[in-house]
Design a protein around this ligand. Structure first.
Ligand code: ZN
Length: 607
């Protein structure tokens, strides 16, 4: 999943242009062991074959003196198995495309694990996909004039080659004359498209010729080194895409085109095992409850999506989020905790195609939403969970819930960051909950290195740091227990302010906290800010980065006093937003906040 910190509108998840993939020398997830898929089991009521040995329920409860959370924390340091779960998901099962045998196998395995730990675990059907799609091992290589393995992808829900196809490579012409020269030579050839391709009439003529003569398939260039997987799940069995579409890593595509431009007779061989099967394919979420003792009909939802794209192992998107949920469930049951509220672990399907599993969950469990205190979604990769952003109404509760974690010797910092309004980036399974009025959170974590693995050929188990995963499983376990044991549901007053107040803008370019450019007629120019000014503080609060300047600008009243370093002097300028659109909304929210804090005085911060 694209990280929410990029905030850019995500490329639409549904049909992301057709790409194709298989790693050099047959790496894409090897053949599927014939374990009966749970859907098949569910469909055929056949008894599910036992997967990896499922541990028995944990031994007797440890000494009574330690509190529930202390026992959970202790266990999370002594015996943390999050990486075992991730290794099994990534290596034994592999990528889990919704509607594939691997997804079904993973769903059943997770259900069996959760059940073995004593949870009430089941598969909940949320819908169907028209066609099943499974990948087998795929290879591609140049076979003449040299031997070279190729790194490529084929998009999900696109055809394979039905065995190895060896054929001449033909380079896309650049003019009509070139096309005429190719007529009669396209049948069965691997058609190498240029990057960029010719446009307009010529492109149509080329496509028509390829169609008419029947090329073996198309070989195009990826944008770069990363092979970003995608695909269109809405294909129909009677109208499947016809052509094999190979997307080659950019450097290999460039070299191939160069050979062909030099007139070298190149032969390529691709063996792509992409398999379709008739639908409708039932699609499931995995749902498992650790039932509450005092308020069993009140819920804390914990989880993330189980499905992944199938370009590698789906380790960081989202094996990491699934394995922390599994380990949290195991730690809580192994520690023998008895939560007041029910802790519900949900592993969603269909997330990559459009949050289908979580949208359906929220719809199908509408009756439970009012009593769902929070939903916590882990889907930001393998970096440690390091924060969460409640609003001022929720802040004291969150501080209380995470205090034991922050007092523990966990190796990573964890911050409860107070915000004025919950933000809904819409890009993961927390979004449907927020839209339905349930306080839902996407854990905050650094996205260093995430772009390299996100939906790419590099999303493998080896890229995940065990220490950060163990920490993240600990965070999820402590959070689930903490929220389940609060004596009240989390205040959802914040949900009325979901739409963030219109942002204040300065009308400058910033490099860090330095003004590099001032837009004519902008707020800053009117106030007297100049290019070269280094912003030191806003309303007396020190700022050091662009993010801090922008965040500080949104706080408080409409008159913002900037203290800046200008040459050797320090000067003050005031940017005044009084009367601007959004300021009324801001003032109203600030009034509501002041009123609320007055009515709910905070306990003095713990020493
Ligand atoms: Zn994701």
């Amino acid at each position: 999943m694209l990280s929410r910190f990029q905030r850019g509108p995500r490329a639409p998840r549904l049909v992301l242009g057709l790409f194709a993939l298989a790693l050099a020398a047959g790496c894409v997830a090897s053949d599927v062991p014939p374990a009966p898929a749970p859907a098949a089991a569910a469909r055929a009521d056949a008894p599910a074959a036992k997967e990896k040995r499922i541990e028995a329920a944990p031994a007797a409860k440890p000494a009574a003196k330690a509190s529930d959370v202390e026992r959970v924390l202790a266990l999370s340091f002594e015996d943390n198995r999050v990486q075992e779960h991730l290794r099994y998901l990534s290596k034994e099962i592999g990528p889990r495309l919704t509607g594939s045998k691997r997804y079904d196998r993973a769903a059943e395995w997770c259900r069996q694990q959760l059940a073995a730990w004593g949870l009430d675990a089941r598969l909940e059907k949320w819908g169907e996909f028209p066609v099943a799609f499974d990948r087998g091992p795929s290879h591609g290589r140049i076979v003449a004039p040299v031997q070279q393995d190729l790194v490529f992808l084929t998009a999900a829900w696109t055809p394979g080659t039905n065995g190895p196809v060896r054929a001449a490579a033909v380079l896309e012409p650049q003019d009509e004359a070139g096309l005429d020269a190719l007529k009669g030579k396209l049948a069965g050839a691997w058609f190498v498209r240029r990057s960029p391709r010719p446009e307009g009439k010529l492109r149509r003529a080329i496509d028509d010729a390829c169609e008419a003569e029947g090329v073996a398939g198309f070989v195009s260039s990826a944008r770069g080194e990363l092979l970003v997987m995608a695909g269109n799940h809405t294909v129909k069995l009677d109208k499947l895409p016809k052509h094999v579409r190979v997307t080659l890593r950019v450097d290999q595509h460039k070299a191939l085109v160069e050979r062909l431009v030099q007139g070298e007779p190149v032969e390529l061989e691709f063996d792509v095992k992409n398999e379709f099967a008739p639908g409708p394919v039932p699609c499931f979420n995995v749902v498992a409850d650790l039932r509450g003792t005092e308020k069993p009909d009140e819920y804390v939802v914990v989880g993330g999506h189980l499905d992944s794209w199938d370009g590698a192992e789906g380790a960081q998107d989202n094996g990491t989020g699934v394995s922390t949920a599994l380990e949290a469930a195991r730690l809580l049951t192994a520690a023998g905790v008895q939560p007041k509220r029910t802790i519900r672990f949900v592993l969603f399907g269909g997330e990559e195609q459009g949050l289908f599993g979580s949208e359906a969950y929220v719809k199908d469990h509408e009756d439970l939403l009012a009593k769902t205190s929070v939903a916590l979604i882990h889907d930001g990769g393998g970096t440690p969970l390091q924060g969460i952003a409640p609003d001022y109404r929720m802040f004291p509760d969150f501080e209380a819930v995470f205090a034991p974690l922050r007092a523990s010797k966990t190796p990573f910092e964890f911050t409860v960051r107070e915000v004025d309004a919950l933000s809904n980036s819409g890009d993961s399974d927390h979004a449907p909950f927020l839209r339905a009025g349930v306080p839902a959170f996407f854990w905050e974590q650094s996205e260093d290195g995430y772009e390299r693995v996100h939906h790419t050929q590099y999303d493998t188990f080896e890229t995940v740091d065990p220490k950060s995963q163990e920490h993240s499983a600990r965070v999820v376990a402590v959070a689930a227990l903490g929220f389940a044991n609060l004596d009240h549901l989390i205040d959802r007053g914040a949900l009325q302010d979901q739409k963030p107040a219109p942002r204040r803008r300065m009308g400058v370019q910033l490099d860090g906290a330095k003004v590099t450019e001032v837009t004519p007629d902008g707020k800053a120019e009117k106030a007297g800010l100049q290019a070269g000014d280094l912003v030191l503080a806003i309303d007396g609060r020190t700022v050091k980065s662009q993010g801090e300047v922008v965040a500080e600008l949104q706080r408080g009243g409409p008159k913002k006093t900037f203290r800046v370093q200008r040459g050797t002097a320090e000067v003050e300028v005031v940017l005044d937003y009084t009367g601007d659109s959004g300021e009324l909304e801001r003032a109203e929210r600030a009034r509501r906040k002041a009123e609320w804090l007055e009515a709910h005085p905070r306990p003095p911060p713990a020493k």
